[in-house]
Design a protein around this ligand. Structure first.
Ligand code: GDP
Length: 297
């Protein structure tokens, strides 16, 4: 289960707070020190934790809170609110152009993050909303990815454009745009080639695609299980190619929470969806308030 360890720790801290009745400033500060430890152990970015705890402390030691009848509850409410705000407050949509225009979405991410699977999942979502998506197989670096995309496209009844693995991604992407226009597709999702690690030739490939194809949204796919690494990956991709949002995969696994809680605060890019499993239907819109409730238990 995701966030289990963090949720358990936070629940214990809160149980203690609530059991105390009246609270002193020291009680609150001690509890928030424990919250800080729990967040750091969950691999949340150090600066994010520091700001978070400072903000909560400032609000929680305010006289209104300590003098209230249920100070413990009030502190928990503040933690909840600040956690929601950390993840961006409002749910952000992956906006498309109007249906009579072609929206091009470029998927980026490291190998294994779930990019190819997520490209298909996204296409499925758009098809369900009445769009006519086309998937473009530009992951020439991992030959199995092309086959994987075709298999997933078939399962969903969504066409997949491919030119094998010997062409350059940018050329496949350009041809895919022509194909989409000719066939009346109004969403083109480009699955690009990842690498095991951040790699200059990968970034150049992505920049090249963006230069030659009218990409409307660049979506980065990162693996939530990798914690702060996911955050660093997002920062680097944003600096090199510019990203519009993030999809956090494997939120169904025993992820500790670090990526979900840090990525928005560090990169200021929204989390658009969460991957909740390997099935093509396992992609959920990301609601910061629901995620905070899951984490707080
Ligand atoms: P790519 O190299 O980034 O294209 O990654 P893939 O799409 O091939 O995914 C790598 C592995 O992660 C595959 O086994 C996927 O089934 C799995 N995967 C992708 N998204 C999720 C998810 O949200 N949850 C789980 N549990 N597995 C996922």
């Amino acid at each position: 289960m995701a966030f289990e360890s963090l949720s358990d720790k936070l629940q214990n801290i809160f149980k203690n707070l609530k059991s105390k009745g009246r609270l002193t400033e020291t009680d609150v500060k001690n509890a928030l020190k424990e919250v800080k430890m729990a967040l750091l152990e969950a691999d949340v970015n150090f600066k994010v934790v520091k700001n978070f705890v400072n903000t909560v402390t400032e609000r929680a030691v305010g006289t209104d809170v300590l003098n209230s009848l249920t100070p413990g509850q009030m502190v928990i409410k503040i933690v909840n609110e600040e956690m929601v705000s950390l993840m961006g407050s409002e749910k952000e949509e992956l906006k498309l152009r109007p249906s009579n225009e072609l929206t091009i979405i470029m998927m980026a991410g490291l190998q294994g993050a779930g990019k190819t699977t997520t490209a298909a999942k996204l296409a499925g979502k758009f098809a369900a909303k009445g769009r006519k998506p086309l998937l473009a197989a530009c992951d020439v670096y991992r030959p199995a990815a092309i086959e994987q995309l075709k298999v997933n496209g078939e399962k969903l009844g969504i066409p997949v454009f491919s030119m094998g693995s010997s062409q350059k991604p940018v050329d496949i992407a350009k041809a895919a745009v022509e194909h989409a226009k000719k066939n009346g597709n109004n969403v083109l999702i480009i699955d690009t080639a990842g690498r095991l690690h951040i790699d200059e030739s990968m970034m150049e490939e992505l920049v090249e695609v963006k230069k030659n194809v009218d990409v409307y949204k660049t979506v980065l796919v990162v693996d939530a299980m990798t914690g702060q690494d996911a955050v660093n990956v997002a920062t680097t991709f944003d600096e090199r190619i510019g990203i519009d949002g993030v999809i956090l995969t494997k939120l169904d696994g025993d992820t500790r929470g670090g990526a979900a809680l840090s990525i928005r605060a560090v990169t200021s890019k929204p989390i658009l969806f969460g991957g909740m499993g390997e099935k093509l239907s396992d992609l959920e819109e990301f609601y910061p308030d629901r995620m905070a409730s899951r984490i707080l238990g």
